[in-house]
Design a binder for this molecule. Structure first.
Ligand SMILES: *[C@@H]1O[C@H](CO)[C@@H](O)[C@H](O)[C@H]1NC(C)=O
Ligand SMILES: *[C@@H]1O[C@H](CO)[C@@H](O)[C@H](O)[C@H]1NC(C)=O
Ligand SMILES: *[C@@H]1O[C@H](CO)[C@@H](O)[C@H](O)[C@H]1NC(C)=O
Length: 390
């Protein structure tokens, strides 16, 4: 899984995809321009899972619309095909009062293209793009004012991509299609998919709620918002950076794999493993079957529990913490200097308590509980943790 030179992966793939788009040549409509995406720094995150569905073979613009709209309206779309939303070019449209729509399709085959309705309702300030029967291989490209609300629902395999939009409310639902959000800012962002992937590229800002059912995975580059909730069922939940006041990340059977997380974070999984490369803030993680592996860089309260698995905690040697570690076995590495260490054995397990670096007893603590497994407590330098992350 680790391939140090592969890059964050999403970026590479995206570039690859863009090449497909750009190379298609007939993808000619002004609104259909694929801009290169500058990827994040190279890291260990694998790319295979993040595959963005390619728009397919050669495409061309079949029809275009330009509508005069309020610059603060919203887009309402119900489509069984692909949809991409980007901001208008501010140089060409300094008033931001247009919506450009282009219908692109594969050459030949596409059916039902006439069924596409494109309308603007002035009273509602709502731009509607609707079709029940359009060919799923078609794609609709929208350039909207920068600050535009979105209410998007795609059916079937229709994927949705939203790029560089700012909105008060942004609601996106897909069935099997992938949803890609790139640099979106929203007061309230809701994303739901029944079987597609959810991929957040660049920084996504705002209170965010992402639900992915079935085997859907969620991959996040950087998410920043006071409240963040993400859930998956069987799929992986991966976030590289998370800055939040409070977030709840949960999965039934998927692994939860996080990079650097800041704030009050609760992680719950039934069957999956939970990994955090670096946590600063309060962290509560629990899993029934899985294992937990966490590096605590800066302490809030940390509470880790695995009913059937093991727990690994890594800390920098300077960390101040009160420890309470219970497990079938507890292994405190001798490199860690623990004061007032006490060991209590009971039936089937052991509890070790102690202090690191004169922590005051009630403020900062790390509790871990693995009644059927081992709790391992180790020292790891920040530098080592960084190396592992990269
Ligand atoms: C996240 O979940 C919590 C608790 O269920 C809820 O209070 C909060 O409003 C949710 N946040 C978002 C952005 O949906
Ligand atoms: C975490 O929650 C505590 C209260 O539970 C709150 O005082 C603190 O400000 C929160 N941290 C962040 C980063 O919001
Ligand atoms: C979960 O962690 C355990 C113990 O580290 C490991 O054996 C297992 O392969 C992991 N499972 C997955 C799905 O990564």
């Amino acid at each position: 899984m680790l391939s140090p030179s592969s890059g964050w992966g999403l970026g590479c793939l995206w570039l690859r995809q863009l090449r497909v788009w750009a190379g298609a040549g007939r993808w000619a409509c002004g609104t259909c321009q694929a801009r290169p995406y500058s990827s994040s720094r190279g890291e260990r995150w694998p790319e295979s899972e993040a595959e963005v569905p390619p728009p397919g073979p050669a495409r061309r613009t079949l029809k275009e619309w330009t509508l005069l709209v309020s610059p603060f309206g919203r887009l309402w779309s119900r489509l069984p095909c692909h949809l991409a939303v980007r901001p208008l070019d501010p140089l060409t449209y300094p008033d931001g009062d247009r919506v450009l729509v282009a219908l692109c399709s594969v050459e030949g085959g596409a059916l039902g293209l006439d069924s596409l309705q494109v309308e603007y309702d002035e009273t509602l300030q709502e731009m509607a793009i609707v079709s029940d029967t359009i060919d799923p291989r078609a794609s609709v490209e929208v350039n909207a004012p920068l600050k535009f609300d979105l209410n998007i629902k795609s059916s079937g395999s229709g994927y949705v991509k939203v790029e560089n939009i700012e909105c008060d409310n942004c609601k996106i639902e897909t069935e099997q299609g992938t949803c890609v959000l790139q640099s979106v800012k929203s007061q309230n962002l809701h994303v739901q998919t029944k079987g597609g992937k959810v991929i957040c590229l660049g920084t996504v800002y705002g209170n965010t709620d992402i639900h992915a059912s079935d085997k859907s995975i969620v991959m996040v580059d950087k998410l920043q918002g006071s409240s963040v909730n993400i859930s998956t069922e069987d799929g992986l939940l991966r976030a590289k950076y998370l800055y939040t006041e409070s977030s709840l990340l949960s999965s039934a059977a998927g692994d939860i794999t996080l990079g650097s997380v800041h704030g009050n974070i609760t992680l719950q999984s039934k069957m999956g493993n939970i990994t955090v490369d670096s946590s600063s803030g309060c962290l509560k993680a629990s899993t029934h079957q899985g294992a937990i592996d966490v590096y605590v860089s800066q302490l809030g309260k940390v509470e880790l529990g695995s009913h059937k698995g093991s727990v690994i905690i890594k800390v920098p040697s300077s960390l101040q913490a009160h420890l309470q570690l219970s497990g079938k076995e507890v292994d405190v590495n001798s490199e860690v200097h623990v004061q007032e260490m006490a060991e209590a054995r009971k039936d089937d397990g052991v509890t070790i308590t102690g202090l690191m670096n004169q922590a005051s007893k009630n403020e900062k603590w790390i509790k871990a509980d693995a009644p059927k497994g081992t709790v391992s407590f180790r020292r790891q330098s920040w530098f080592q943790s960084l190396k592992l992350q990269n």
